[in-house]
Design a protein around this ligand. Structure first.
Ligand SMILES: Cc1cc2nc3c(=O)[nH]c(=O)nc-3n(C[C@H](O)[C@H](O)[C@H](O)COP(=O)(O)OP(=O)(O)OC[C@H]3O[C@@H](n4cnc5c(N)ncnc54)[C@H](O)[C@@H]3O)c2cc1C
Length: 482
C-alpha cells in the first residue's frame, strides 16, 4: 500500500502534523524510533506555552507561537489536555533592564500578543510575594500558560488514531529514496513503507534524516542542552506565575515555572554540545541554574528538590524554524530547527504544514467523519465521591494504592497501560498517570508498575523497558522457584 503522507518523528511536532492531516481524506502514517511518543525534547522542556513576546517580529517563530498559544485553548476543549493559565512576569532590576522590558513590550505588541503591560514593583510583589527585593518593574504577559507536553503529544496521536492515523513505534528510519514520484522509506528493523510525501519532524535528528534523502542539507542542527531542578508539588503556593529574567543573547535565561500538577521547574541553562542524545546533568550546569534563579525569587525551597533532568534543543544554523518543501526533492517537507517556542507553536505548525505547504499542491477533501474530541483518563484521586464509588464497584483494583506519593491506584495504572498509545514502559506509565512522579521518584512503586505492565501485556518482567529501547531493569532470572 502507498500512503499519502509519512511523518518521521513522534514528538509534539509530528503529532500535531499527524492530527491535522487526519482532518482530510488521506492515508497517513507516523513513524517513531523510540518505544513511545514524545521521548525526546517533547518530554524534557519547561512546558510553557509562551505568549509570543520573544521571537523577532516577522519570523515564522513569531507567527506560529502567537497562533499556537491561541490554539491551545481549542485543544483544551477538544482533547481535554492539562492547561494552567497562570500568566508570566519578565523581571527587571535596574534602569538598563527596564529598557529591555520596554523593548519586549513593543515586540509583544508588534507580534499581536494581547494584554501585555509593565507593572511597578509594589504591584508585582502583591501578586508574587516571593519576588527578590531588587525587582524594580515587571512585564506582565497574561496569555502565557503551562501544559503537560507529553500528554499533549500523546493526546494528539490518540485522537489522530481514532481518525485513521497509523502510528508505529520502534521504527527508526534509515533509508529514504524516491522513484516514480513515490518515496520508499525503510526502517532499521527491516520494514519498508511507500508514501507520496515524506515529512521530516525528527527534532534534533532532523538534519540526519534529511541527509538520507538529499545531498546538501540546507541547515545544521546544533544541539543545545538545558538543565533543571524539579521541586516537589508540595511547594504549591510559593509561586503562581512563570518568571523570566530579561533575555540575553543566549536565550530566555533561567526561569521559574510552576507546573500544572504543582511542581516548580527551575532552569534551563544553555550549553552547546555535539550529541543530540546527551541528557546528563552536571554540578557546574546546575550551579549556573541556581545562580540564575537567584535573580527571580528569594528563599527558594531547594530542600524540596526531587530530581534534576536535562533536555536538548534542536537549534539550527537557520535561526528561525525551517519549515518548507525541499528544494532538491519534491514532496519532501522539512520541519526542522524546532527549538523553543516549538511546544507553544506545535498546533500552529501542524496547520501551517498542511494549509500553507501541502494544500498549495494538493486539493485534500475534508474528512467528514473527523471527530476532534478525546477524553483524558480520569485518576481515581481526582474523582468525586460518587464517581469513586462507581469506579470501585466496576473495578476493585481502584482500591489498591500503588504510588503512595501521588496517590495512584492499580486501577489507574491499568487504564493507562490499556490506552491506544499504551503506557508500556515504566516511564510511559509515569508520564501518563504520574505513578513515580512524587517525592520518592518511584523508589516504592516502580517494581510494582513493572509487574503490572508485564501482567497486562502478557510479557515477562525482563521484557519491560524502563524508558528508551532496551532499558529493561531486570536482565535475566537469577533464582528459579522449584
Ligand atoms: C530545555 C528545553 C526547554 C524548552 N522549553 C520550551 C518551552 O517552555 N516552551 C516551548 O514552546 N518550547 C520549549 N522547548 C522547545 C520544545 O520542547 C521543542 O521545540 C519541541 O518539543 C520539539 O518537538 P519535536 O517533535 O520537533 O522534537 P522531539 O520531541 O525531539 O521529537 C522528534 C522525534 O523524532 C524521532 N526521530 C528522530 N530520528 C528518527 C528516525 N530516524 N526515525 C524515526 N523517528 C525519529 C525522535 O525519537 C523524537 O521522538 C524547550 C526545549 C528544550 C530542550
Amino acid at each position: 500500500m502507498t500512503y499519502d503522507f509519512l511523518i518521521i518523528g513522534g514528538g509534539i511536532t509530528g503529532a500535531a502534523i499527524a492530527r491535522e492531516l487526519t482532518k482530510y481524506e488521506a492515508k497517513t502514517i507516523l513513524l517513531e524510533k523510540e518505544n513511545d511518543a514524545g521521548n525526546h525534547a517533547t518530554s524534557a522542556n519547561s512546558a510553557i506555552i509562551h505568549s509570543g513576546h520573544d521571537p523577532m517580529p516577522g519570523s515564522l517563530k513569531a507567527l506560529l507561537n502567537v497562533e499556537g498559544n491561541k490554539l491551545y485553548d481549542v485543544l483544551e476543549e477538544e482533547l481535554d489536555i492539562p492547561l494552567f493559565k497562570n500568566g508570566a512576569f519578565m523581571v527587571a532590576h535596574n534602569d538598563e533592564e527596564e529598557k529591555v522590558l520596554e523593548k519586549y513590550l513593543g515586540r509583544a505588541k508588534e507580534n499581536g500578543v494581547p494584554g501585555v503591560k509593565i507593572l511597578d514593583a509594589k504591584t508585582a510583589r502583591q501578586l508574587e510575594p516571593n519576588l527578590v527585593d531588587s525587582v524594580s518593574k515587571v512585564l506582565s504577559l497574561p496569555t502565557t500558560k503551562v501544559t503537560y507536553p507529553w500528554e499533549v503529544a500523546i493526546a494528539m496521536i490518540e485522537n489522530a488514531m481514532d481518525n485513521g492515523l497509523v502510528f508505529a513505534k520502534k521504527k527508526e528510519v534509515n533509508i529514504i529514496y524516491r522513484e516514480d514520484n513515490v518515496f520508499t522509506v525503510k526502517t532499521r528493523d527491516g520494514s519498508t513503507y511507500k508514501s507520496r510525501y515524506v515529512i521530516n519532524a525528527a527534532g534534533a535528528y532532523a538534519a540526519r534524516v534529511a541527509a538520507l534523502s538529499e545531498e546538501a542539507v540546507p541547515y545544521r542542527i546544533t544541539p543545545r542542552k538545558g538543565e533543571y531542578f524539579v521541586l516537589d508539588r508540595r511547594v504549591q503556593g510559593f509561586l503562581s506565575r512563570t518568571l523570566y529574567p530579561t533575555p540575553s543573547e543566549k536565550g530566555k535565561g533561567i526561569l521559574m515555572v510552576p507546573q500544572y500538577h504543582g511542581n516548580i521547574l527551575i532552569g534551563p541553562n544553555s550549553v552547546y554540545q555535539d550529541s543530540p542524545d546527551d541528557v546528563s546533568t552536571s554540578k557546574a550546569g546546575l550551579s549556573s541554574v541556581k545562580a540564575g534563579a537567584e535573580l527571580l525569587t528569594k528563599n527558594i525551597p531547594y530542600h524540596k528538590n526531587i530530581r534534576t533532568f536535562a533536555g536538548v534543543r534542536a537549534s539550527s544554523t537557520h535561526g528561525d524554524f525551517y519549515i518548507r518543501e525541499s528544494l532538491q526533492k519534491e514532496n519532501f517537507i522539512h520541519v526542522a530547527g524546532i527549538d523553543s517556542p516549538g511546544l507553544s507553536a506545535a498546533p500552529a505548525i501542524g496547520r501551517y504544514v498542511v494549509e500553507a505547504i501541502i494544500m498549495k499542491k494538493e486539493s485534500l477533501k475534508p474528512n467528514e467523519a473527523f471527530n476532534p474530541i478525546r477524553k483524558h483518563v480520569k485518576l481515581f484521586d481526582d474523582m468525586s465521591e460518587s464517581e469513586k464509588e462507581e469506579a470501585f464497584k466496576m473495578d476493585n483494583r481502584y482500591g489498591n494504592l500503588v504510588c503512595k506519593c501521588e496517590r495512584i491506584t492499580e486501577g489507574d495504572i491499568v487504564r493507562h497501560i490499556q490506552r491506544n498509545v499504551p503506557g508500556d514502559t515504566i516511564k510511559g506509565v509515569k508520564k501518563r498517570s504520574r505513578a513515580g512522579a512524587g517525592l520518592c521518584q518511584g523508589g516504592y512503586c516502580e517494581h510494582q508498575v513493572m509487574k503490572l505492565i508485564a501482567r497486562e501485556l502478557g510479557k515477562d518482567v525482563t521484557e519491560v523497558d524502563y524508558f528508551s529501547n532496551h532499558s529493561n531493569i531486570l536482565k535475566e532470572e537469577t533464582k528459579v522457584k522449584k
